[in-house]
Design a protein around this ligand. Structure first.
Ligand code: UD1
Ligand code: UDP
Length: 377
C-alpha cells in the first residue's frame, strides 16, 4: 500500500506531522510525502520542528498569488509526481487550496483519496471562504473519510457520500500532546522559551491573538485592530499577537497597531513557542481553526472572531464563544472574561471533545487495512 501524503500550509503540516510519522512506522505502508509549499516560512517552521524531510516539494508559493494561480500550479505539479510515484492512496488534510487541488488531481487519475479532518461544515459557502467549498469537494471524492468527531461523522452520514467513514479524533491533539510533553520534560527548551518571552513576565494578564480569515479582510481586520487598540488601554492587560504573513493581514495589522503600548506584534511562532504562549495566556482571541481545538484542550477560554464555526463541540461544551468581528462585542467579551472570575471559570473546566492523541494511529491502521476502535469523546 503506497500512500502519498500531500500538504502545504502551516496547519496542515502540524496536523499531518503525527500522521506522516505514524505511517512511516507502519510496516504494511510505503509512505511518501509531498509538500506543495503553499506556505513557505510557516510550513518550513513545522517541517523543521517535527524533523520531516519531504520526498517532493512543489515550491508553489509566490507573494499574494490568486487562488486559481495556486490551484493550477498544485494540480499540474502533482500530476507529474503521481505519474512517477503511482500511489494507491493520496492523503490530504482539511480544507485548503492545496488539499482541494490535490484531491481533484487524484480524482482525475482515479487514485483513491483519504481525507483527514473530514466532515467539518458550516453549510455556508461564504464562511469560511473558500474552505467550506474545498472540504465539501474533497469529501465527495474521498474513499476514506477520517472524521475527527461524532458531529463531523454525522454531517458526512447525512450527505450520503460514497466514502467509508471512521471517527478518529483530531490529529492536532496528537501534535499538541507530543509538543506540550516536550516543553514539560525538556528543561533546556523551557529555559530557552522562558528567556525568549521574558518580556511577558509580571502581573498583567495575557491576551493571545491570531487571525487570518479571508472573509475578514478589509473591514473585519480594521475592527479587530480597533478593538485591540481599545483593550490595550487597560493597565492590567498585555496583548501578544503573532501576525500571519498574508500581506492582507500583516499590512493593516502593522499599520494600525505598531508601536502601541501593551501590544506585542511578533513574527509567526514555531509551533513549540506558540504552544508555550498558549499555555501562558489567560484568554485566546482567534479566528483560527486549529487554535479553536488546541486552546480548550489546554483549559484556556477562547473567543472566536467569526459568526459561525465548523467546530461546534467546544462551543456546546462552554469553552469557546463566537464574537464576530464587531469592535464593541470583541472588547466587551474580553473585558467580561477579565473582570468576572465566575464567568471565566465556566470556560476552563470542559472535557476535551477533539481527541485522545491516538488519531494518527487509527488513520494509519485503517489505511493498512487493520481493525480500528473509533474515537469516542
Ligand atoms: C491559507 C489557507 C487557509 C488556512 C491558512 C492557514 C487557502 C485558500 N487558505 O490561508 O485555509 O487556514 O492558510 O494559515 O488554502 N505568505 C508568506 N509566507 C508564508 C505563508 C504565506 O509570505 O509562509 C503570504 C504570501 O504572500 C502568500 C499569502 O501569504 O501568497 C497567502 O497565502 P495563502 O496560502 O494563499 O493563504 P492564507 O491566507 O495563508
Ligand atoms: N500556530 C503556530 N504559530 C503561530 C500561530 C499559530 O504554530 O504563530 C499554530 C496553532 O497552534 C495551530 C495552527 O498554527 O496549530 C493554526 O494555524 P492557522 O491559524 O494559520 O490556520 P487554521 O488552523 O485556521 O487553518
Amino acid at each position: 500500500m503506497r500512500v502519498l501524503s500531500v500538504f502545504g500550509t502551516r496547519p496542515e503540516a502540524i496536523k499531518m506531522a503525527p500522521v506522516v510519522k505514524t505511517l512511516a512506522a507502519e510496516e504494511d505502508i510505503d509512505s511518501i510525502t509531498c509538500v506543495t509549499g503553499q506556505h513557505r516560512t510557516m510550513l518550513d517552521q513545522v517541517l523543521s520542528l517535527f524533523d520531516i524531510t519531504p520526498d517532493y516539494d512543489l515550491s508553489v508559493m509566490s507573494p499574494n498569488q490568486t487562488l486559481n494561480g495556486l490551484a493550477g500550479k498544485v494540480i499540474s505539479g502533482l500530476d507529474a509526481i503521481f505519474e512517477q510515484v503511482q500511489p494507491d492512496y493520496v492523503l490530504v488534510h482539511g480544507d485548503t487550496t492545496t488539499a482541494m487541488a490535490a484531491s481533484l488531481a487524484a480524482f482525475h487519475r482515479n487514485i483513491k483519496i483519504g481525507h483527514v479532518e473530514a466532515g467539518l461544515r458550516t453549510y455556508d459557502l461564504a464562511k469560511p471562504w473558500p474552505e467550506e467549498f474545498n472540504r465539501r469537494v474533497i469529501d465527495v471524492a474521498a474513499a476514506k473519510l477520517f472524521a475527527p468527531t461524532a458531529t463531523s461523522a454525522d454531517n458526512l452520514e447525512a450527505e450520503r457520500l460514497s466514502g467509508e467513514i471512521l471517527v478518529t479524533g483530531n490529529t492536532v491533539i496528537d501534535a499538541l500532546v507530543e509538543t506540550a510533553g516536550r516543553i514539560r520534560s525538556d528543561l533546556k527548551i523551557r529555559t530557552r522559551l522562558d528567556a525568549e518571552f521574558s518580556f511577558l513576565d509580571g502581573p498583567r494578564r495575557i491576551l493571545l491573538v491570531t487571525g487570518h480569515r479571508r472573509e475578514s479582510f478589509g473591514d473585519g481586520f480594521l475592527n479587530i485592530c480597533k478593538a485591540l487598540a481599545e483593550l490595550a488601554r487597560r493597565s492590567d492587560l498585555q496583548i501578544v499577537y503573532p501576525v500571519h504573513l498574508n500581506p492582507n493581514v500583516s499590512g493593516p495589522v502593522h499599520e494600525l497597531l505598531s508601536g502601541q503600548h501593551n501590544i506585542h506584534l511578533i513574527e509567526p511562532q514555531e509551533y513549540l513557542s506558540f504552544i508555550y504562549l498558549m499555555n501562558k495566556a489567560d484568554i485566546v482571541l482567534t479566528d483560527s481553526g486549529g487554535v479553536q481545538e488546541e486552546a480548550p484542550s489546554l483549559g484556556k477560554p477562547v473567543l472566536v472572531m467569526r459568526d459561525v464555526t465548523e467546530r461546534p463541540e467546544a462551543v456546546a461544551a462552554g469553552g469557546v464563544r463566537l464574537v464576530g468581528t464587531d469592535v464593541v462585542r470583541i472588547k466587551g467579551e474580553v473585558e467580561r472574561l477579565l473582570d468576572d472570575t465566575g464567568y471565566y471559570s465556566g470556560f476552563t473546566h470542559i472535557l476535551n471533545p477533539y481527541g485522545d492523541g491516538m488519531a494518527s494511529k487509527r488513520i494509519a491502521a485503517a489505511l493498512a487495512g487493520k481493525a480500528v476502535v473509533p474515537f469516542a469523546a
